[in-house]
Design a protein around this ligand. Structure first.
Ligand code: UDP
Length: 459
């Protein structure tokens, strides 16, 4: 790479396309990440291709998202939605498709950035063939998922072994917060020097404070009621049921009669058939006698979300575990207090008592008490919202995330090039004839995949 030029980046994200409509089972934080990091790297002068599996037959395979950044859909399996846990056997085809695209377009990438474990596998294979450095961000780790979900974890059996291999083979890993770094070190024996913490962020111009009364009018919500909001994927691990239980407890112990608004699901209208989790929560709300207070909205586009954030008095998310969590940042950007469980990235982004409150997961009594504190004191809730907005403006913008990511790429590229030169020097010193960089053998990586010989894959 020329010293002054910005790197050309291949970002791999097999199931999470930057073009997806968010809120459904497999479309959430990772989609936002590749979209925002891709765009912001392009604004810094990088050229970025974001590769994901083509999962919609009407989608154009190549979409110019803005100057310098393209979303590239690669055919691997049927061009329709498949759950992400079914994609692992399709990874060789996905890898071949990326390779073919790069060759046809004459793309010479300087760095590959993998997202999630399957794309990590693709990243290691591809980077080894192209002899360029590789950076990995996992977004979520298999061992954590297995710990929390046990038999309900439907991840492919190979996941954890593949993750371990990626940890050993990439040049650098990005952790979004200290707890993710610690998981990599303690669960995967990662070398601390190979991990850089780069927090994800929020689009502070899209997510901004709006007038509460106006937002409620637009959504047809009552102006006086206390409103608790949840925005996110409808997954058991997000434990929206905990919010419903806490709301019922709050009603039983105070005079408050709060409503709950729930945004997310497989369709833009709430449908318990398409989103069984919504059905489960509707049943729970009926059992708790609060069905008339809980409103489901289905999934909504990011541009619509500031209205929902603004309409609520407090935003809550109490997952069992959370690798990072973008919705706490979005709530803060919208000037709303956030109550979250004390897990994963949430204690890193939310300042307890300052921009929100932290509670233990799976404890509706603790949550109902935190809700009471926030809802009964609008002045301190407003102050938390104000401090939250200040915090994200200072600490969590995507341009900062992209700048840190670009610095990481430059560091990794430089040290990779240095290593290659030293390898050439060592060969020459050992009496071997000098070789051109292009002729250096690619390194085998030894990560298996069903139906493929790992050695052949790495060749
Ligand atoms: N989201 C959305 N529409 C919805 C529900 C969620 O755009 O109907 C977005 C939400 O705003 C956030 C992302 O999906 O940006 C969820 O990310 P988070 O990190 O909170 O959770 P993850 O999906 O990674 O588990």
């Amino acid at each position: 790479m020329l010293p002054d030029s910005r790197p050309r980046v291949a970002m791999i994200s097999e199931h999470a396309s930057p073009l997806a409509v968010l809120g459904s089972t497999d479309a959430g934080g990772q989609n936002v990440y590749v979209d925002q990091v891709g765009r912001n790297l392009a604004r810094l002068g990088c050229r970025v291709d974001v590769f994901s599996r083509l999962d919609d037959h009407v989608q154009e395979p190549v979409v110019q998202m803005e100057p310098g950044v393209r979303a590239v859909g690669i055919e691997a399996g049927p061009p329709s939605f498949l759950p992400k846990d079914d994609l692992w056997p399709l990874m060789p085809a996905f890898l071949d498709g990326i390779r073919r695209f790069a060759a046809q377009e004459g793309c010479v990438y300087d760095v590959i950035h993998g997202n999630f474990w399957m794309s990590g596998w693709v990243t290691v294979q591809l980077a080894s063939q192209l002899r360029i450095p590789k950076v990995q961000i996992f977004h979520a780790l298999g061992l954590t998922k297995r710990r929390h979900q046990g038999h309900a974890d439907s991840s492919p059996r190979d996941r954890i072994a593949v993750e371990r291999s990626i940890v050993r083979n990439v040049d650098r890993m990005i952790a979004q917060c200290p707890s993710e770094r610690d998981e990599l070190i303690h669960d995967y024996d990662a070398d601390i020097d190979h991990i850089t913490i780069i927090p994800s962020a929020v689009d502070t111009s899209r997510f901004r404070p709006l007038d509460r009364a106006g937002a409620r009018r637009s959504l047809g919500l009552p102006s006086e009621a206390a409103i608790i909001g949840y925005i996110g994927r409808m997954q058991p691990r997000k434990d929206v049921g905990n919010i419903l239980r806490a709301t019922a407890l709050l009603r039983a112990t105070t005079t408050a009669d709060p409503m709950v608004i729930v945004v997310g699901g497989e369709s833009s209208e709430p449908d318990p058939v398409l989103t069984p989790e919504i059905g489960r929560l509707q049943d729970l709300a009926s059992e708790l006698g609060i069905q008339h207070l809980v409103h489901f909205y289905g999934k909504r586009q990011p541009d619509d979300l500031p209205l929902f954030y603004a309409a609520a008095d407090v935003i809550v998310s109490t997952p069992w575990y959370e690798p990072f969590g973008l919705t706490p940042l979005e709530a803060m950007a919208c000037g709303r207090p956030f109550i979250g469980s004390h897990v994963g990235g949430i204690p890193f982004t939310i300042r307890d008592g300052e921009t929100g409150l932290l509670v233990p997961p799976k404890e509706p009594t603790a949550l109902s008490e935190a809700l009471r504190v926030v809802l009964e004191c609008p002045e301190s809730a407003a102050r938390m919202g104000h401090l939250g907005r200040r915090r994200v403006e200072r600490e969590f913008t995507w341009s900062t995330t992209a700048t840190r990511t670009l610095n990481l790429y430059m560091e990794v590229i430089e040290s990779y090039e240095r290593k290659q030169i030293m390898e050439i020097g060592a060969r020459a010193g050992a009496g071997a004839p000098p070789v051109l960089l292009d002729a250096l053998p690619s390194r085998g990586v030894g990560i298996g995949i069903p139906h493929r010989d790992p050695d052949t894959d790495a060749a």
